[in-house]
Write a protein that binds this ligand. Structure first.
Ligand code: TXA
Ligand code: MG
Length: 318
């Protein structure tokens, strides 16, 4: 199939209304959407991505009223989090409304809901007139796309339409919070930090580490993730990165022999590092780099989400 590129949210929404898939920008990463209430359309997302069917999708909304079509009930903590963070890079796991097709939730009795904070995404979702199920718009296992070109590289010829926008602002995915438990618990660290969540709901539990029950509750966290074709190697200090023309480096500090690397990205902040990470992965592999050295950051604030992505990318490629 040919993949049409458009700058019009309304043109892109017409594909959704016809039961097809569309890639669209959000403030985190690009998503690959379909009408959440059309199981056949949602099935095409799994086919295009090569996504395992046991990994549920996040449903994107334009309007708070749509939550009632998706969730059987809305716990108090979820209301407080929505008041503070919708629209924004936060996904809430809620009890599933019986009308939500099971292909969306991978058979779970819960559903993930998020309202993106991005003008084109909001216009697109409003024009769709239906909630839109959407995972990140990458081939399964690959780094999430932060540009429309990255979407085209992974899914060109496999999806009918890409809504073009600029580079995504956050560069990392939304924070996923399970609101079906008391207290609520972070299932995936993301663009909204634990401290920010706790400022409004102090009882929120941090992400579980290791292979325990909490991690199994967010099925996506067990799959291979975020891996470019180059090897990802984590280092504590820049001096641990081995120079080489086919070696790339990203970190908060510059490596000693900066010019001996094929590519170097020194980031002024953890936010800038998160924004750049997936883009650097893809740019480095396109430049033929065989190894990407990534400097570890402290596991606090946004560093928690960044380290989560770095660890997954590294373990998938070692
Ligand atoms: O920022 C984002 O969240 C992006 C943009 C496109 O919105 N989307 C995204 O989707 O990252 P995806 O499919 O790549 O990751 C969704 C994560 C997975 O780890 C999945 O297992 C989890 O959310 N998830 C979705 N529904 C869930 C549910 N009902 N219960 C537990 N985890 C769920
Ligand atoms: Mg993803």
């Amino acid at each position: 199939m040919t993949t049409r590129l458009t700058d019009s949210p309304e043109d892109a929404a017409a594909y959704i209304r016809r039961g097809q898939t569309v890639a669209f920008p959000t403030e985190t990463v690009y998503g690959l959407g379909a009408d959440a209430f059309d199981p056949h359309a949602v099935q095409q997302i799994f086919a295009a991505k090569g996504r395992p069917s046991d990994n549920p999708l996040i449903v994107h909304i334009a309007d708070r009223a749509q939550v009632d079509d998706l969730a059987a009930s809305v716990p108090d903590a979820a209301r407080v989090l929505m008041d503070r963070f919708f629209p924004g890079p936060l996904t809430l796991i809620l009890p599933r409304h019986p009308d939500v097709p099971s292909v969306v939730t991978a058979g779970l009795d819960t559903v993930g809901v998020r309202m993106p904070d991005h003008p084109a995404a909001q216009r697109f979702l409003a024009a769709c007139g239906t909630p839109v199920a959407a995972p990140s718009a990458n081939r399964s296992g690959r780094p999430s796309p932060t540009t429309w070109q990255a979407v085209r590289d992974d899914l060109g010829g496999r999806i009918p339409c890409i809504l073009r926008g600029g580079r995504t602002r956050a560069g990392l995915e939304s924070t996923v919070v399970d609101c079906t438990t008391a207290p609520p618990a972070v299932l995936r660290p993301g663009a909204i930090t634990l401290d920010a969540l706790r400022a409004v709901v102090p009882s929120v539990q941090g992400p579980a580490t290791g292979d325990d029950d909490d991690r199994a509750r967010s099925p996506g966290t067990k799959h291979r993730h975020y891996a470019p074709s180059a090897r990802v190697c984590l280092v504590d200090t820049p001096a641990d990165a081995v120079p080489g023309a086919a070696h790339a480096y990203i970190g908060l500090e510059a490596p000693p022999e900066r010019n001996a690397f094929g590519r170097v990205r020194v980031c002024p902040s953890v936010e800038a590092y998160a924004h750049a990470l997936f883009h650097v992965f893809r740019a480095s592999e396109a430049a033929g780099c065989t190894t990407i050295y990534c400097q570890r950051v402290p596991d606090t604030g946004l560093g928690e989400a960044l380290m989560d992505r770095l660890r997954r990318a590294a373990s998938a490629t070692v």
